[in-house]
Design a protein around this ligand. Structure first.
Ligand code: NDP
Ligand SMILES: O=CC(=O)O
Length: 295
């Protein structure tokens, strides 16, 4: 396949680009902050490093973006040296960031106006699934671009969905992450309730894992939460962004979401106490009423 561009070498972008390199794809990467060294590491694995989003788009037929939030996703498209300066007929941009449908639509319209094609493709699955090529890809937009980029999606994910018009991928991702954020809050409350009631949180994990509400998230995050360890796989600030965007989607559709609203408040509180860069499971500290003893 042609060389693939990759914008945004954060937790997810770096793991995904590395995965493409490991599977023999040629990859050209860009990150806003070069000094973070991620690009150098990727270079050692065979990637070339572009000077700007525009430079990467110019070089590659297909370019993927994996940026933190709507402001970042818009910035790489519309700002100076951005995607719009070089996107044209025959080139495709695939935004895999988690954003709202409105942001995605704005990007889609601008890219199409320049003759390019656009696919939104947010993912479910965190750092480890990104490293292992086990993401769930929720795409929508240009079907031709979806078909063309499938060989790369097959490396990045265990399953790809095509959900129709732009916005549907973003909405699906926000619904999923709204549920995940609410679950993390209920889980945290439960761990504290067990502990304060004189029960062993470790035994609670064993009990949960054997029953109808067993799930990979409780199993993976539970042991480290009990150790007050929150090394970021999915940063809390991004989970709070997803709750905020999901609540806005609920607002638009007059859907009452009291559970998600309460979870959002806990994530906001966690952010305000400096936990935003830790893993989203650090919301547990809010329920414990303590500061984390280690990150
Ligand atoms: N981590 C996870 O488990 C998952 C994350 N996601 C979603 O994927 C996206 C990326 O997440 P993740 O990799 O964890 O996030 P990180 O915070 O690790 O990385 C964010 C990336 O966005 C870049 N960025 C931020 N602001 C701007 C800007 N204004 N202009 C250009 N680049 C910018 C950062 O560059 P710089 O280095 O310069 O700051 C960095 O490359 C988010 O939308 C997140 O919600 C989806 C599924 C799982
Ligand atoms: O967006 C986060 C995830 O784990 O999925």
């Amino acid at each position: 396949m042609e060389e693939i561009g990759f914008l945004g070498m954060g937790i997810m972008g770096k793991a995904m680009a590395m995965n493409l390199l490991r599977h023999g794809f040629k990859v050209s990467v860009w990150n806003r902050t070069l000094s973070k060294g991620f690009c150098d590491e990727l270079k050692e694995h065979g990637a070339s490093v572009g000077e700007s989003p525009a430079a990467v788009i110019k070089k590659c037929k297909y370019t993927i973006g994996m940026l933190s939030d709507p402001a970042a996703a818009l910035s790489v498209v519309f700002d100076k040296d951005g995607i719009l300066e070089e996107i044209c007929s025959g080139k495709g941009y695939i935004d895999m960031s988690t954003v709202d449908a409105e942001t995605s639509s704005k990007i889609s319209e601008a890219v199409k106006k320049k003759g390019g094609s656009f696919l939104e493709a947010p993912v479910s699955g965190s750092k480890k699934p990104a490293e292992d090529g086990q993401l769930v890809i929720l795409s929508a937009g240009d079907k031709g671009l979806y078909d063309a980029i499938l060989p790369a999606f097959d490396v990045l994910g265990k399953k790809s969905f095509f959900l129709g018009e732009v916005g549907n991928g973003a909405k699906m991702k926000l619904v999923v992450n709204m549920i995940m954020g609410s679950m993390m809050n209920a889980f945290s409350e439960g761990l504290v309730l067990a502990d304060k009631s004189g029960l062993s949180p470790n035994t609670l994990l064993d009990v949960l894992d054997l029953g109808a509400i067993a799930n990979p998230m409780f199993k993976m995050k539970g042991p480290s939460m009990i150790q007050n360890s929150y090394s970021p796989a999915f940063p809390l600030k991004h989970q709070q962004k997803d709750m905020r965007l999901a609540l806005a989607l609920g607002d638009e559709n007059a859907v009452s979401m009291p559970v998600a609203a309460a979870a959002n408040e806990a994530f906001k509180k966690a952010r305000s106490t400096g936990l935003g860069d830790l893993d989203f499971s650090a919301v547990y500290e809010i329920f414990k009423g303590t500061e984390p003893s280690s990150a």
